[in-house]
Write a protein that binds this ligand. Structure first.
Ligand code: CP3
Length: 355
């Protein structure tokens, strides 16, 4: 890793950015969703006694946690240490991240009055995030920095359910029974998300990822009617910046063309669909569009199966990724907390070694 202090980094040859633009980089870029986090002992040590929400508003801590996996794994990208609920918290919404559970919202939003009561986002509160990005781009050298935010549907699910949900029943009930309130809520969240991403881009991130983790719970028809316009507005608002926009969700095999159409430069794919099949679906849906770029898609559970299995799967995925104009190697979802980080290091090394 090189260290520069004043000069804006020259990332024209950064493999992640080359692949994202549909060109062929010197090596296949690789990073891991949730690479910063509990799989690393140095992360657990630093976070001891520091609540998640406190860590997310501490510039030094954000920068240090973001760098930890880069030092270990020789990945091609750092992902900013933060959380999808950070802009909601910055707006003053009473919520917390409960260890082992996830985001918990004190007063779920389920009606028009609740939507109207949602506060304005105070960008000053997010200053530590911008400061952390400033610290990071000085230290990352040729490693790209990915900023991120939660997509309107996934954030709406937490706000409506009040916490994590298996079936998203209250979310879907509101969506179907009161479309007016639904669209008002998603519009409001899209504003938060857009402002959070713009702040990250202004501070210097090199790419952004929109996490619509739970969008796979919807049919394509419902996705297009109730979610697509809001995610599209977020992604369109970022187009001015020229940074690649990655759009990811879990269980989205049926939604990939719509998620691309929403304004993605790179389409994230989970492990349920081989990448060459994902490319085939994307091309069939938009024959006139440029060849797609994909990100993914090793099953995070495979990392527990022993090296022979991991190696076979990694080689298969790199080969299937050749069907795309560009391939960013990643997992199909986040690193599981019990993962042996040494296996992640080896995966990055293997991906880089395959020609
Ligand atoms: O390394 C990275 O990927 C960057 C950091 C990152 C975090 N959250 C840190 C975090 C990112 C990109 C996220 C995104 C996020 N947060 C998503 C979308 C990605 C996905 O996994 O689908 C979602 C749905 C959330 C909401 C959330 N926050 C959950 C479900 C959890 C896990 C709860 C638990 O304890 O199991 C969190 C907490 C969280 N976010 C942790 C980290 C490192 C763990 C908290 C801790 O270490 O105490």
């Amino acid at each position: 890793m090189t260290t520069t202090s004043t000069v804006r980094r020259d990332l024209v040859n950064a493999p992640l950015l080359v692949a994202a633009s549909g060109q062929t980089p010197a090596r296949t870029p690789v990073w891991f969703m949730r690479q910063a986090g509990r799989s690393l002992p140095e992360y657990r040590k630093l976070r001891e006694g520091v609540p998640m929400m406190q860590a997310c508003f501490d510039a030094e801590m954000i920068a240090e946690i973001t760098l930890q996996p880069v030092r270990r794994h020789d990945v091609d990208a750092a992902i900013l240490f933060s959380d999808i609920v950070v802009p909601l918290r910055a707006a003053g919404i009473d919520l917390d991240i409960v260890p082992g559970t996830g985001p918990v919202v004190a007063q779920p939003v389920r009606d028009q009055a609740g939507v109207r009561a949602l506060p304005e986002l105070d960008l000053d509160v997010l200053k530590p995030v911008a400061d952390a990005i400033g610290l990071l781009i000085d230290q990352l050298g040729e490693v790209a920095l990915i900023g991120f935010a939660g997509a309107p549907f996934t954030l709406a699910s937490y706000l409506i359910e009040g916490g994590p949900s298996r079936n998203h029943e209250r979310t879907k009930a509101l969506m179907k029974s009161d479309p007016e309130t639904w669209h008002a809520l998603l519009g409001r969240i899209a504003d938060y998300t857009t402002e959070f991403l713009k702040l990250q881009v202004s501070a210097g991130v090199d790419a952004i990822q929109l996490f619509d983790s739970w969008a796979g719970a919807l049919s394509e028809k419902d996705y297009r009617e109730y979610v697509f316009p809001h995610s599209q507005r977020v992604l369109a608002a970022l187009a001015y910046a020229g940074v690649p926009r990655i759009h990811f969700g879990v269980g989205t095999a049926e939604l990939l063309p719509a998620m691309r159409e929403a304004g993605a430069d790179v389409v994230g794919v989970d492990w349920r669909l081989p990448l060459d099949e994902a490319v085939r679906r994307l091309e069939a849906a938009a024959p006139a569009a440029p060849k797609p770029v994909v990100q993914g898609n090793l099953d995070p559970a495979v990392l527990f199966a022993g090296w022979d299995v991991v190696e076979r799967e990694v080689r298969r995925i790199v080969a299937e990724g050749k069907a795309a104009a560009g391939h960013v190697f990643n997992l199909g979802h986040g690193v599981l907390p019990e993962t042996d980080p040494a296996v992640l290091t080896r995966v990055a090394e293997l991906v880089h070694s395959i020609r």
